[in-house]
Design a protein around this ligand. Structure first.
Ligand code: GDP
Length: 294
């Protein structure tokens, strides 16, 4: 595991000395390599810097245990801290007996609509009665795309009309629920290619009308450095409660996950692992920690 970083650290540390306790000089030499590894995994520069500072403090004076080398000891400290920063354990969104409303937000192309369909499928298989709301009025095909997914999963869908007010959408959803009981309503909202104020106002208005119990930010793992800015801006305006990291099946090493999680402090609930409706898994911090270290 983590051979590339592990080997590099071992070379450096074994050159520095073979004491059974990590010295400040050793740790300093190792931190540079660790920062490089994080940046190569596309972790935001500031996040990487803070992370390395934290790990450095922990590592100085650390006993080199049993059969481990100094390099392996540092890698273990880094790995453990990465897992903690990514949330420690696998977390699940809050789910009440009824009255759950999940709000899906994110930039266009992040995988919002796809993830909405995937969540419908997952929670239907868990016995939930799901209603989808297609409120992405920005991307021309998004509502039709969600309708196809709804049909595939076998759940009802309510499509928001162009120019419909948030209050009207809320009224239509309530109306639907009166005749067709649903305990989980998932709302796919509008995204833009870039964050802009008009989009944020629109989202905030719909959020105020829908009163979601979870607001999930969908982040594309391939966005790298930009993930921090996206997460920060959405969280400021729509109070994100959790994250979904998509396209983890691609080349991205997971730096976006670390950046988004670090800046919002919100749990990463799911990872998108394919384009298919079944391609959604719980997020496992330990697996992603390994992947970031490479
Ligand atoms: P939206 O604009 O945020 O609603 O984005 P879409 O849901 O339309 O997704 C944009 C593209 O990303 C589509 O081609 C999806 O099939 C693809 N996509 C979404 N999630 C994943 C994922 O986890 N893995 C892969 N490989 N592709 C994904």
């Amino acid at each position: 595991m983590f051979e590339s970083l592990g080997n590099k650290l071992q070379d450096i540390l074994d050159r520095v000395g073979k004491e059974r306790q990590l010295t400040e000089a050793q740790v300093k030499a190792a931190m540079r390599e660790i920062r490089m590894a994080l940046l190569e995994a596309d972790v935001n520069f500031g996040v990487a810097k803070d992370f390395v500072a934290r790990v450095g403090e922990q590592a100085v004076g650390q006993q080199v245990e049993g059969s481990l080398t100094a390099g392996q000891t540092v890698v273990k400290v880094v790995h453990d801290e990465l897992i903690q920063t990514l949330g420690g354990k696998t977390a699940q969104p809050e789910l009440r007996a009824e009255g759950n409303v999940w709000f899906m937000v994110g930039l266009q192309g992040a995988g919002k609509t796809t993830s909405t369909g995937k969540l419908a499928s997952l929670y239907k298989s868990k016995g939930r009665r799901v209603l989808l709301v297609a409120a992405d009025t920005q991307r021309p095909a998004a509502r039709d795309q969600l309708e196809v997914l709804a049909r595939q999963v076998g759940v009802p869908i309510l499509k928001v009309a162009d120019g419909e007010s948030p209050a009207e959408t809320r009224r239509r959803v309530d109306e639907h629920l009166k005749t067709d009981f649903r305990d989980l309503v998932i709302v796919d909202t509008a995204g833009r290619l870039q964050i802009d104020e008009a989009l944020m106002d629109q989202l905030a208005d719909l959020q105020a009308a829908m009163q979601p119990t979870e607001s999930l930010l969908v982040v594309d793992a391939m966005t790298g450095q930009e993930a921090l800015n996206v997460a920060q801006t959405f969280d400021r305006r729509v109070k994100v409660t959790g994250l979904v990291i998509t396209k983890m099946d691609g080349d991205a090493r997971g730096g976006a996950a670390l950046s988004a999680r670090s800046v919002t402090g919100k749990p990463i609930y799911f990872a998108g692992t394919s384009e298919k409706i079944s391609g959604l898994e719980p997020f496992y911090p330990d697996r992603v920690a390994g992947r970031i270290l490479g």
